[in-house]
Design a protein around this ligand. Structure first.
Ligand code: IMP
Length: 211
């Protein structure tokens, strides 16, 4: 199998990605490993569109500029993967959705973003606080084909932040099964049920079959 270039600079995500894809034949490199410093604008309206835009954007950037850390290789030696993810809150018409990272501005802390979402749900009963984390992963093959895999985890927005693990919206996203927030799960527990874990396991099957 070809080696994989995963279009993320996020070290936490890379760790999760490597753990789940470790039994594939090829190596998995991050943008940092490959020395790529490209900024692709994610202007799609769905997670799948954004993942595709990012993966195709990185492939096109490498086609033009080469791969700085591997000057002897071309992008056709790699399968390019990219993900896009976020939180959908049904009561808020699925906001923040594809704007999850940009919600209230990139520089606003998650303490403030989380407090804002809880505030917008004031007085809303548990059965109407439904939400989900969604992740789409796009794989662009050397011949230009693009395959997409999606994963989601259903839950609800709690009334307070809870837990120290995870990142972003984890402290306010609760699971129905045990009324724990995903910030209260260990990394292994979260990988087992998460949107990203599900999408990664699906794309792994696509890569294994080479289609
Ligand atoms: P991106 O996929 O790196 O663009 O990230 C999207 C944004 O969605 C993150 O910055 C977080 O705000 C949110 N998000 C995605 N996955 C998770 C998760 O597992 N926990 C908490 N927040 C998440």
């Amino acid at each position: 199998m070809k080696d994989i270039l995963f279009a993320t600079g996020n070290a936490g995500k890379m760790k999760e990605i490597r753990e789940i894809l470790e039994d594939l034949d090829g190596c998995v490199y991050s943008l940092k490993d490959a020395g790529i410093d490209a900024d692709i604008e994610e202007n799609g309206t769905t997670f799948a569109q954004n993942a595709k835009i990012k993966a195709e954007g990185i492939a096109a950037w490498c086609e033009k500029n080469g791969i700085p850390a591997f000057p002897e290789k071309s992008i056709r030696d790699f399968i390019v993967l990219a993900d896009d993810s976020g939180l959908e809150v049904d009561w808020l018409n699925r906001e923040p959705g594809v704007y999850s990272a940009r919600y209230m501005g990139h520089d606003t802390s998650y303490r403030e973003k989380n407090a804002n979402i809880i505030g917008r749900l004031e007085g809303v009963p548990k059965e109407k606080r439904t939400a989900r984390f969604v992740c789409a992963i796009a794989a662009v093959f050397p011949d230009g084909r693009c395959e997409i895999a999606e994963g989601a985890v259903e839950g609800y927005i709690g009334w307070e932040e809870r837990g120290e693990n995870g990142f972003g919206y984890d402290p306010i996203f609760y699971l129905y099964e045990n009324d724990r927030s995903t910030a209260e799960l260990s990394p292994e527990e979260k990988n087992g049920i998460s949107h990203r874990g599900k999408a990664l396991r699906k794309i792994k099957e696509v890569l294994r079959k080479g289609k």
